[in-house]
Structures are given as C-alpha cells and as structure tokens.
Ligand binder design. Sequence first.
Ligand SMILES: [Zn+2]
Length: 273
Amino acid sequence: MRIGRRYMRRSCGALKSWTDVLEVNGIKIEYTVEKRRVKYPRLEFKTGSLLVVLPENMKSEEDILEKKKSWIIRKYREIQEVANKINESLDEDEVILFGRKLKIIPSEELGIDLKEGKISINPESEVHHRKIKKQIRKILREKIEEAVEEYSKKLCLKPGKIFIKNQRSKWASCSSTGNLSFNLKLAVLPEELIRYVVFHEVAHLKEKRHSTEFWNIVEKEFKNFKVNEKRLTEYWFYINTNYKLPLFNRRRVELKDENCDNRVLSSLGFNHP
Ligand SMILES: [Zn+2]
C-alpha cells in the first residue's frame, strides 16, 4: 500500500483536515481525513468517497488505512458496481436527468423535453452546455421549492432562503439561519430521491444533528430512508465517475468542516451547520 502525495490541504491553525490518495493493488482511492473530537478513528464512505475520522491527538491515518485495507477495497467495489450498473443501463446516446433516461439529440436548437425523454443539444458547444445547465437549474429549483413548501408546512417550520449551488461534497446543507442549499447534481436523481433530500434538510431545521430524534422525524415520512441514503451514495459515486454530460464540475471532493453525529448511518452527503 502506498500513500500518495498530498495534493490538497486546508488548515486553520493546526492541520484539521486534508485529502490524499490511497493506492491498493493499482486502485487509487481518494480520501479525506478530518480530525474531530472522537475517541477512536473510524472510516466512512461519505457521499461515495472515503472519509477518515481521526481523534485530534492522532497524527497520521496510515495505521487505520493499513488495518482496514480490505474493508476499504470491498466497500469501494460495492459502490462502484452499483454506479457502473446505472451507467450500463444507458445507451451511448442516453443520459439520466431527474431519474429519467433522456436521448441526446444532436441539434443546434437547445431544449429539454422530460415528457418525450429528449434532450436536444450540440454536445460540442460550450454555450449549449451553459444554457442547458441554466434550464436544468430552473427545473430543479421549481421541484425543490415545491417540496420545501410542502414539507415545511407539514413540520410547521419556516425555512429561510433556498440556494441551488454546485457543491462538491454534499447533496444539501442548512445554515444556522435556516437557509437551505441544494446541490445542482440533485438534477440527476429521481424525483422521489430529490424529495427525500429536501425532507432530510428541512427536518434539520428542527433537529440539527443526526440524532435518534432526527431519524424518527425522517422515518415518519420516509419509511425506507435507509435505502434512500444508500441510493444517494451510489448516485453520488455515479455522478462523480461516470456522468456523461459535463454539467457539473468534476473537481475533487473538497474538505469541509463538519461536526455531526453519524451513528445511525455513516453520513451520506449532508452537511450541518
Ligand atoms: Zn443530515
């Protein structure tokens, strides 16, 4: 096992988190290390990529990576397999948007027709990609706003502003002032998963942490929330490895300061204030 070169660091005072690449049997797996107030180190496949949580007094992640090597590889392959399956079910000229297969029609006239299952675009044109991204953002925003309204009424909450962002390492987040940010990548997901993410985030307005209380709220609305969380990881991996249209930045997973309690499920794409 070789630990690759550290290519990105962000520190505030002492180094709190960094990313690196782990190479096992020729497979390169990118990971993020975060130091937190925990007793023991642990590993999670967060939003489809590997997260190493280290106690603050532990200097290096090398030991735990070495010890858990086979678990890492197994988990990595599992996620990869499902992500590949999504891709295999698509023809060369097809792409997924809002969980639907759309045929890419090479055209100088731009348009998305979800009902007809078509996306007309000149795949070579950057202008087209920019414009189509704008259209997708608009459709996504409408769906999200509708769901936010519905769910916040249901939970008797008043959310702040809604932002659609090109986040690199999470599906959504909520700020301490009650603003909700959603990832543009959500546009790839089936509608019921988008609605799930919205509910998850709105529920965080009530309960910030992934506490039992939080999951109870979620379970009342989504009995199958564990399946949903798992599907979100798979989709995340798919979008970041296989997605055909250059709609989203394919930048590497960035670091973030997160301090949430993920005992029920390893955190799968949600960030917390
Ligand atoms: Zn969450």
